[in-house]
Design a binder for this molecule. Structure first.
Ligand SMILES: Nc1ncnc2c1ncn2[C@@H]1O[C@H](COP(=O)(O)OP(=O)(O)OP(=O)(O)O)[C@@H](O)[C@H]1O
Ligand SMILES: [Mg+2]
Length: 333
């Protein structure tokens, strides 16, 4: 089965042509991945620390997108110190604990030879929903669901099982030869499109897509709470067959995680700084606002921390250099 057959089954025509402008950004992710792989072994203390920090951030952000009101600090207190937070529901505590357990499970099954299986998706869901909705934890839905604010209705419950099998087959055969990043992007969207569960679909897919990334040597991509609106908009756009917005979000999420690893490589001489530290407001021709725009568009090496974009001096210089060269080429043509 090829992609268009699959999308036909799902009632949408996917058009991956819109992804072309993102190719250089994806290229950059692969370069960073190999830099990290070459820089190995990283000090084990840093690796453990980073993995642990990611687990906290991933848990906080994914649960928070879903409406959990624990802050990052509170999430860390619950998970690290076993403290209960006054005024927060038992459910919210379980969501944090469950999500961390699901991450542990994910790492226990993933390796470079990992092949996606539906049982793993069900198990992740089972862990996410444990003690919350035990009746449905780890089980595909047997009734209709709606996604509030979405521009479509998920498929009828009677089709879920077949669609899920087809999606997994599509991912494992990768008939279009998609790269690791796009494969995870398409999987992310198609799984929430099918919406196999009554609840917990978002959290489950944000775990499961990372199985696909981590098996190839990428760190986990963490969709940030701050990007929730953009994320939902990107999914609505993907429902129409245009993956450009979702791919950009995935690229940015991965780049942020990759940069955190790169910063841990001993002797690394590139530090990520606030754009305002690197260029001033009115620095011609590339001021702060322009560099921020390039960062948002994925055109320079940058990542977002909180509400701010960080980049390196080298990345800004390389971009300006590249522009100059392009201009010279144009003139001589
Ligand atoms: N327009 C949309 N099209 C497709 N999928 C969507 C759309 N809007 C949201 N989604 C997906 O549906 C998820 C919500 O589904 P559900 O409530 O079952 O999951 P959850 O884990 O409980 O919540 P959340 O996903 O918000 O954490 C979103 O996270 C997102 O991944
Ligand atoms: Mg929900």
């Amino acid at each position: 089965m090829n992609l268009s057959d699959y999308f036909y089954l799902c009632g949408v025509n996917a058009d991956l042509r819109n992804i072309a402008p993102l190719e250089s950004s994806i290229e950059r992710l692969f370069e960073k991945r190999s830099r990290i792989q070459k820089g190995r072994p990283l000090p084990s203390a840093s690796v453990n620390r980073i993995r642990d920090d990611f687990a906290m951030e991933w848990t906080y952000n994914s649960n928070s997108i879903e409406g959990n009101t624990l802050s990052l600090r509170e999430t860390i207190m619950v998970l690290k110190d076993g403290i209960t937070i006054g005024g927060k529901s038992l459910r919210e505590h379980f969501e944090a604990i469950n999500h961390e357990k699901a991450i542990d499970y994910l790492y226990s099954i993933v390796n470079s030879k990992y092949v996606l299986r539906s049982i793993d998706i069900l198990n992740l869901h089972g862990l996410v929903m444990k003690n919350i909705e035990d009746e449905f934890a780890g089980r595909i839905r047997n009734g209709a669901v709606r996604i509030v604010g979405a521009n479509f209705t998920p498929p009828n419950a009677s089709r879920v099982s077949d669609l899920l099998d087809e999606l997994i087959e599509y991912i494992n055969t990768n008939p279009q030869g998609l790269n690791d990043v796009l494969l995870a992007t398409v999987f992310h969207h198609k799984l929430v499109w099918i919406h196999p569960f009554f609840d917990g679909n978002g959290r489950t897919v944000r775990l499961a897509m990372n199985l696909l990334l981590i098996r190839t040597g990428f760190p986990p991509a963490i969709i940030l709470k701050n990007d929730r609106k953009k994320y939902y908009d990107a999914l609505n756009t993907a429902n129409k067959g245009d993956y450009s917005k979702l791919a950009l979000l995935m690229i940015q999420a991965l780049e942020r995680s990759l940069n955190i690893y790169i910063n841990a490589i001993p002797g690394n001489d590139e530090t990520y700084e606030l754009i305002s530290n690197i260029v001033s407001e009115d620095q011609a021709p590339y001021g702060q606002e322009y560099i921020s725009l390039l960062a948002r568009q994925g055109k320079i090496d940058a990542y977002k921390e909180g509400r701010n974009w960080l980049t390196t001096r080298k990345a800004v210089e390389a971009y300006i250099e590249g522009r100059k060269r392009k201009r010279v080429v144009k003139k001589t043509k």
